[in-house]
Design a protein. Structure first.
Length: 292
């Protein structure tokens, strides 16, 4: 835990870096190197409207005990690169692949939360040489099979004006405090959390929501053929548990449940961190012993 010059309390974060990748742009990432050079490298892929830190900071210290890990902020998210072209999930997967290559990392276990699930799966499909295994968390094969899904993502365009509004900026701290509830361990980080959420580009958030609505891995997910595990958030109202189980079945993934909603990394930080480490190690064991 650290604090800024203004007294804002900040959780432990690995050192941040930027890297200019030819043909792509300036990518922001964090890279924690475990003292054991043989430790697997975990690539953390965040969800919609989040960033690497917002999604995974509650698991950073637990992961650092066992593994090296790498985060990247997507286009228009957090400190991610700003672009003029339309946001596409395939481009994000290619950005991540370019970063892994540029850093000289041979292979990763990709951990994808929510929208990070599609990014991790596209990474495994488009760059199979880089992905040793997958951990999918609170995510699905598709978000377009029901009328409700289609309506929800069609209305994603309203998020742009909302994010720009003065009311949203004022609501952030109050809203996060209410979400966490009195006495929650993350209350001390609320100003930092709100500040990080303000980094997102509103137009990109709209386009990213629309990209999710077009994603459908049902025709090809079972063909990825990589060791996989799944974290199912069993009280999730955004990504229904039945959809999460359908993805796990398609991947042949072993499942662990967290009894929580979609914001479980914040609401249940200890359980989330423990289960993330457990699932990474489960996948790593499958890689070492593919018959188990």
């Amino acid at each position: 835990m650290n604090s800024t010059s203004t007294g804002q309390v900040v959780p432990w974060l690995p050192e941040g870096h930027t890297l200019v990748v030819p043909g792509r742009g300036e990518l922001f990432y964090r890279y924690y190197r475990h003292p054991d050079p043989a430790a697997p490298v975990v690539l953390l892929l965040h969800g919609w409207t989040a960033s690497g830190d917002l999604q995974f900071f509650t698991a950073y210290e637990a992961l650092a005990e066992h593994h090296s890990f790498l985060t990247i902020d997507y286009r228009g998210h957090g400190r991610g690169l700003r672009i003029d072209s339309r946001f596409e999930l395939e481009d994000v997967a290619d950005d991540a692949a370019a970063l892994v290559d540029a850093l000289g990392v041979e292979q990763v276990i990709a951990v994808g939360y929510s929208m990070g699930g599609p990014v991790s799966m596209l990474l495994a499909r488009r760059h199979p040489q880089l992905v040793r295994g997958l951990v999918v968390q609170a995510t699905a094969l598709e978000w377009c099979s029901s009328v409700f899904d289609r309506v929800r993502w069609k209305t994603a365009r309203i998020i742009g004006p909302l994010l720009r509004s003065f009311a949203y900026q004022r609501w952030l701290i109050h809203g996060i405090r209410r979400l966490l509830g009195p006495g929650h361990a993350l209350q001390r980080y609320v100003p930092w959390l709100a500040g990080e959420m303000r980094r997102n580009d509103p137009l990109t958030m709209v386009q990213a929501g629309q990209a999710i609505s077009r994603y459908d891995a049902r025709p090809w997910a079972a063909q990825l053929n990589v060791p996989a595990a799944s974290l199912v958030t069993s009280r999730d109202r955004l990504v229904k548990p039945r959809k999460q189980y359908a993805l796990a079945k398609a991947l042949g993934a072993e499942v662990r449940e967290l009894s929580g909603d979609h914001l479980s990394p914040w609401l249940h930080p200890v359980e989330f961190a423990e289960l993330t480490v457990d699932l990474v190690e489960l996948v790593d064991a499958k890689i070492a012993n593919p018959r188990t």
